[in-house]
Design a protein around this ligand. Sequence first.
Ligand code: IPE
Ligand code: IPE
Ligand code: MG
Length: 241
Amino acid sequence: MTPSDLDLARVPEHVACVMDGNGRWATRRGLKRTDGHAAGEEALLDTIEGALAIGIQWLTVYAFSTENWRRPKDEVKFLMQFNENLLLRRRDELHERGVRIRFAGRRDWRVPKRLLRRMDECIELTARNRVMTVTIAFNYGGRAEIVDAVRALVAEGVNAEKVTEAAIRRHLYDPTMPDVDLMVRTSGEYRISNFLLWELAYSELVFTETLWPDFRREHLFDAIGEYQARERRFGGIDDGK
Ligand code: IPE
Ligand code: IPE
Ligand code: MG
């Protein structure tokens, strides 16, 4: 699909991507799994360009989950270094395109200090941009996010009856982030894998067999075409209004 096949007045405000299948992409080519992660960079940048082209406001991408620490030490180490380098390589062009870069996840001791510094530099550099917000979910877990929100509420001494959905939302990693309209997962895996549990409550889910390193803006447009063909009811009924 191309942008002209889409209804540009009904583009989802917030799209989230589970960038999955890097390892299989590499293995099928007789390459190392880490080569697959490296090849994912172009997919990410092209997806961002596509999102910019059709006016998506929020794009959130799953880069490293709280469960990904279970991977072999070398792969984890590669991913830390790779993400740091990616930020260094790409931050200026993203800044020029008006992208605001944010991060969602736990800033715990396992994340290298140097990477945390790069993240802070990106946040600071792009803080005033408003064309699109790209949130990188890094050391992110949906359950951890909810636990962290509840902890913050408890630390404030909030009474039980004041624990509402709105109160929890205000304590999520980015309280200004809207609910996800469309979640896309690549590589033919049909699960959420602890991504954005709260924000995905009413999202439309689109799954594609394409492996992440092969994903390009056309695949994003395909997913949006599918989204636009769906009927969102939010628990109500379609009464034609
Ligand atoms: C997604 O690709 C990237 C990360 C989880 C960091 P995978 O590495 O999970 O690739 P597959 O699923 O093993 O093919
Ligand atoms: C989800 O992919 C996490 C990221 C894409 C960063 P995984 O490959 O880690 O998910 P599972 O293990 O197949 O559920
Ligand atoms: Mg995977």
